[in-house]
Design a protein around this ligand. Structure first.
Ligand SMILES: Cc1cc2nc3c(=O)[nH]c(=O)nc-3n(C[C@H](O)[C@H](O)[C@H](O)COP(=O)(O)OP(=O)(O)OC[C@H]3O[C@@H](n4cnc5c(N)ncnc54)[C@H](O)[C@@H]3O)c2cc1C
Length: 327
C-alpha cells in the first residue's frame, strides 16, 4: 500500500487554477510526513500543455486524462475517470479543491469508493500516520477536527488558505497517459454561456469588494465596480442584495453562496449576519464600511469605517487610483 498523495488539478478553460499549486504544496507536506510522493491528475480536453507548467513542482507523476470526452465537465464522466484511477493507483490521500466542481465531484467519488470525505478543509496535519483535518462547521461558528478511518483519505481544500508550492526546476514529473473511459454519461453539457464582462473569479480573487442591502439599488454597484477596478478585485454581494435581484446569485458570498478567502475583503453596507460571515470570515484582512457603529460586521473587521458608504467608497477609489498612478 502506497503512502502517496494524489492532487486532482483544477483546470478551467485550459488554465490551471492557483488552488492546484496550493494543494500540491499541502500535498508535499503530507507526503513527507507519510513517506510517500505527490502526484497530480489532470483531466480535460487539450490539457496536455499544462503538464509542462505543472511538471516542475516536485511531483513524481502527472496522470494525464486528455480526451475530447472530457471537454466539458460532467459529474458522471469525471467521477468514472477519477474513480478508475484511484482503484488502480490506491493513493493514501486524495485532495480536491473546495470549488464548485470539487464540491460536486469529491462526494460522488467518495460514495463510489464507500470512503469518508472531509469537505472545505482549512488545515491538515498528519498525526500517527493519519490526517487530522480542520474544517469550519455550523456556518463557521465552530471548528471541527476530523479523521477518516477509510482509505483513501479524501478532502476538499478551501482555496487561498494554503501557501502555493514553489517551482523546483530540478524536478521533472513522469507523465502517465490514462486511457479514458467516461462510461455511460446520462447528463451532457450542450453549451456554456459566459457571463458578460466577467472579472476576476470570486473564489480565486485576492481582493473582494462586496455590497449589501446598504447599496440601496443595483445601479449603485457601479461604485463598487469602480473600486474593484482600482484594486483588481472581484465584486461580491450579500444575500439581501441577491434576493432583491440587484446581483446574480453567482456573486453571493455566504453560507448559501460562495466561500471566499481573499487577502482583503471590503464589506460595504453589509450588516454581518452569521450566514454572510460563513462565506468570508477566513479572509486575511476584513474592512467594513457601515453607517451603523453597532453593526455586527465590525466584530470581525480588522478595520472599520463608520460612514455613509456613498461618501466613503468614492474617496477610497480615488485614493487607490492615485496610489496606482504613483506606483
Ligand atoms: C438559511 C439562510 C442562509 C443564508 N445565506 C446567506 C448567504 O449565503 N449570504 C448572505 O449574505 N446572507 C445569507 N442569509 C441572510 C442573512 O441572514 C442576512 O439576512 C443577510 O446577510 C443580510 O444582508 P445585508 O447585510 O446586506 O443586509 P442588512 O442586514 O439589511 O444590512 C444592511 C446594512 O447596511 C448598512 N447601511 C445602510 N445604508 C448604508 C449606507 N448608506 N452606508 C453604509 N452602510 C449602510 C446598515 O447599517 C446595515 O448594517 C441567509 C439566511 C438564512 C436564513
Amino acid at each position: 500500500m502506497s503512502n502517496d498523495v494524489l492532487v486532482v488539478a483544477e483546470v478551467r478553460e485550459g488554465e490551471l487554477k492557483k488552488v492546484t499549486l496550493e494543494m500540491i504544496g499541502q500535498g508535499a507536506e503530507i507526503a513527507q510526513e507519510l513517506g510517500g510522493t505527490v502526484n497530480v491528475v489532470l483531466m480535460g480536453s487539450g490539457v496536455s500543455p499544462l503538464v509542462d507548467s505543472i511538471g516542475h513542482y516536485g511531483l513524481q507523476k502527472v496522470y494525464l486524462a486528455d480526451d475530447p470526452a472530457l471537454e466539458n465537465y460532467t459529474a458522471e464522466g469525471y467521477t468514472k475517470v477519477l474513480t478508475d484511477l484511484l482503484k488502480e493507483t490506491d493513493p493514501a490521500v486524495v485532495l480536491l479543491a473546495a470549488s464548485t466542481r470539487g464540491k460536486d465531484l469529491a462526494p460522488r467519488v467518495a460514495a463510489r469508493l464507500a470512503v469518508g470525505l472531509a469537505s472545505d478543509c482549512t488545515g491538515i496535519e498528519v498525526q500517527d500516520g493519519r490526517l487530522l483535518i480542520t474544517r469550519p462547521i455550523y456556518a463557521g461558528k465552530a471548528i471541527a477536527k476530523v479523521t477518516e478511518e477509510t482509505r483513501p483519505q479524501m478532502a476538499t481544500v478551501r482555496p487561498n488558505i494554503f501557501p502555493a508550492a514553489q517551482i523546483d526546476t530540478s524536478s521533472a514529473a513522469e507523465t502517465v497517459n490514462l486511457s479514458v473511459d467516461i462510461g455511460d454519461v446520462r447528463a451532457k453539457v450542450i453549451g456554456l454561456l459566459k457571463e458578460a464582462g466577467e472579472r476576476v473569479e470570486l473564489t480565486e480573487a485576492d481582493i473582494v469588494v462586496s455590497g449589501g442591502r446598504g447599496m440601496k439599488g443595483p445601479e449603485n454597484f457601479a461604485l463598487l465596480e469602480e473600486l474593484a477596478d482600482a484594486l483588481g478585485a472581484a465584486v461580491g454581494a450579500s444575500r439581501a442584495a441577491v434576493d432583491a435581484g440587484w446581483r446574480d446569485h453567482s456573486h453571493q458570498v455566504g453560507q448559501t453562496g460562495k466561500v471566499v478567502t481573499p487577502t482583503l475583503y471590503i464589506a460595504c453596507g453589509i450588516s454581518g449576519a452569521i450566514q454572510h460571515l460563513a462565506g468570508m470570515k477566513t479572509s486575511k484582512y476584513i474592512v467594513a464600511i457601515n453607517k451603523d457603529p453597532e453593526a455586527p460586521i465590525f466584530k470581525v473587521a480588522d478595520y472599520g469605517i463608520v460612514a455613509d458608504l456613498f461618501k466613503a467608497v468614492p474617496v477610497l477609489t480615488e485614493e487607490f487610483k492615485k496610489m496606482k498612478v504613483e506606483g
